[in-house]
Design a protein around this ligand. Structure first.
Ligand SMILES: Nc1ncnc2c1ncn2[C@@H]1O[C@H](COP(=O)(O)OP(=O)(O)OP(=O)(O)O)[C@@H](O)[C@H]1O
Ligand SMILES: [Mg+2]
Length: 449
């Protein structure tokens, strides 16, 4: 093997760059340094404004991609929201900067180290006296590529974008007012007054709330309504979904924490069904995140809103260890007739009639999802029978048929086994589906210590 065959990629890049520099700038001195791959990233390039001020009274003028016979330019895309955006890319670029002592250029070239290696290698030629300016520019590139854009949209990690939409109005969530007030004021107090207090104590401002409750009580709805409030206040919302082929894996959480740490804005981080992430392999790491060992340090504050159906999750490891979850809020089924009436009236919509009030006592103890289903079914039955209104017998029929279906379902379906301990009241340790969920059933393994 000749040494030529084994010439490392960066050397080829450096040789090319030096020749290119000579053509452009003759004998003007340069410093050859390693560079960050972020500078070639199209997101960074689009997010740094021309005229952006830099250290030493310099400013950024523009960037131009130039041909290079050593590198075929290629990009990667990411899909942070609804649209695909081109991000990481390799190629050769000239960055131009303005400076009181005269404008100057920086020549940058990047490539993949080897075909089978995702790491990018990049070198840059900088006028030696402007190294400080370049270092500042490079750190800006690093910062902006990790930052989600502040859009009226949610940064979704995993799953499909259809899965979570922040379109729920706060008033649409029917729950005890004190519970709603509590949750909302917790978020506001944290972002406004809490963050400086954490900082005073030299702690990463990361607050953690857990919503616990049976299926269908409105936890997802609450998350969507909280997200909407957060977006209105120009906060970034990050939503982690386990509902895709990758399922619930720690790398999603890891990705989310990176986005949170680098967001540059206050962040509401939503992790639904957090129990599913607490599987054997990843459990310790999630607990580290909750304990603060791996938690994100976003100086503007990050609020985790997690949900679970499984009260076992709050056993031992979370509930009895202060600081893992700052607050645990129980999201209950409908607790009284007033809320039941409100829920029924809401879902009956224009079909609501005073006589429907008679069924209200039967709805106490049920969930919002139940009442919605009852109302929809009754309205459909009435429409099918060409009735203009839902009469009381139809509504009663709808309630009893849904109750029957659920109680039969309870007997037929084994329950999902979850939690931190071995102590599951049901089941045999096999992965089983959740009984009352309308989502596709997921396989989840039993947890052991
Ligand atoms: N408190 C509520 N107020 C108004 N509607 C509700 C409420 N709870 C449930 N619903 C209705 O039921 C649907 C399902 O509720 P949601 O998905 O929020 O339940 P969940 O608590 O997240 O359930 P799961 O634990 O199974 O994920 C909602 O989209 C909504 O239509
Ligand atoms: Mg839910």
């Amino acid at each position: 093997m000749t040494s030529g065959q084994w010439t490392m990629r960066y050397e080829r890049l450096a040789i090319w760059a030096q020749a290119e520099w000579k053509q452009r700038h003759g004998d003007q001195p340069f410093q050859l340094v390693w560079a960050s791959e972020s500078c070639g990233n199209q997101l960074a390039q689009s997010r740094i404004n021309e005229q952006r001020r830099l250290r030493n009274r310099a400013h950024f003028i523009n960037v131009e991609q130039i041909p290079c016979d050593q590198v075929i330019p290629i990009s990667e895309y990411t899909v942070p929201g609804r649209k695909a955006v081109l991000g990481e890319s390799v190629g050769a670029f000239v960055f131009r900067f303005g400076h009181p002592a005269g404008d100057f250029e920086v020549l940058y070239v990047s490539s993949y180290y080897r075909d089978d290696d995702p790491n990018i290698v990049a070198v840059v030629l900088v006028p030696p006296e402007q190294l400080d300016v370049w270092v500042h520019f490079e750190s800006l590139c690093n910062e902006v590529v990790r930052r989600p854009s502040r859009r009226q949209d949610v940064y979704i990690i995993g799953g499909t974008n259809a899965y979570f939409k922040p379109t729920v109005d706060w008033d649409e969530v029917i729950l005890p007012q004190s519970l709603k007030d509590d949750l909302r004021s917790d978020m506001e107090a944290f972002f406004k007054e809490g963050v400086p207090i954490y900082q005073e104590l030299n702690l990463a401002p990361f607050r953690k709330l857990l919503l616990v409750g049976p299926p269908g009580t409105g936890k997802t709805m609450l998350c969507a309504a909280m997200a909407r409030l957060a977006l209105k206040k120009k906060r970034v919302v990050v939503y982690v979904s386990g509902a895709d082929d990758d399922g619930a894996s720690f790398h999603k959480i890891h990705h989310a924490l990176n986005v949170v740490a680098n967001a540059g804005y206050p962040v509401l981080l939503i992790v639904e069904e957090i129990d599913v992430y607490l599987r054997k392999d990843d459990k310790a790491r999630i607990l580290n995140v909750l304990d603060g060992l791996e938690s994100p340090n976003n100086p503007r504050g990050a609020l985790l809103l997690a949900t679970t159906n499984y009260p076992e999750v709050i056993d031992e490891r979370i509930a009895k260890r202060p600081g893992r979850m700052d607050r645990i809020l129980f999201i209950p089924p409908i607790q009284d007739e007033k809320l039941a009436a409100q829920m029924l009236e809401h879902y009956m919509g224009p079909q609501w009639r005073a006589e429907h009030g008679e069924v209200v006592p039967h709805l106490v103890g049920q969930t919002g999802a139940f009442v919605r289903e009852v109302a929809l079914h009754a309205r459909m039955l009435a429409a099918h029978l060409n009735r203009r209104f839902v009469d009381l017998p139809t509504l009663r029929q709808s309630i009893s048929s849904l109750s029957n279906q659920l109680s039969t379902g309870d007997d037929l379906m084994p329950r999902r086994i979850m939690g931190f301990g071995n102590s599951s009241p049901h089941g045999n340790g096999f992965g089983v589906a959740d009984a009352a969920e309308s989502e596709p059933a997921r396989e989840v393994e039993a947890l052991d210590e």
